[in-house]
Ligand binder design. Structure first.
Ligand SMILES: Cc1cc2nc3c(=O)[nH]c(=O)nc-3n(C[C@H](O)[C@H](O)[C@H](O)COP(=O)(O)O)c2cc1C
Length: 107
């Protein structure tokens, strides 16, 4: 799940989309129950990147999802991108897959 950092938080568009998950409230697996969610934020500065990532991770928690251990911030004003950004994004993706595989093995 990814969002631009808008005024230190996630975008209203993403928040509106997530609010629609309310239709899953009464399901046996409500909201994001049991799902790993890789969280990525792009912002023009590190401060908004950090606060927006925390906000995104909190929302995933509130929806009963499991934010991966690593979340990633892309600083869109620091170009060319730091090569470490690619590693971080790969790690987030790998952690989502690892979680999904571990869950399949448990079931
Ligand atoms: C409404 C709005 C609010 C924004 N607020 C912030 C902010 O608080 N801090 C920040 O670093 N960047 C902010 N940005 C910049 C976005 O995070 C940035 O546009 C996004 O990372 C995408 O990068 P790009 O515009 O270079 O494609 C804002 C952009 C918009 C449109």
């Amino acid at each position: 799940m990814s969002s631009p950092g808008y005024h230190g938080g996630i975008s209203g568009l993403l928040k509106n989309a997530l609010d629609y998950l309310e239709v899953l409230a009464a399901e046996p697996r409500p909201y994001l129950h049991g799902k790993a969610v890789g969280c990525i934020v792009a912002a023009a500065g590190w401060q908004a990147g950090a606060t927006s990532l925390m906000s995104l991770r909190s929302t995933v928690h509130a929806l009963r999802g499991w934010p991966t251990a690593l979340g990633a911030v892309v600083n869109s004003s620091a170009k060319p991108f730091d090569p470490k950004t690619r590693d971080q994004l790969s790690t987030v993706g790998r952690q989502v897959l690892d979680f999904a595989r571990a869950r399949v093995e448990l079931c």
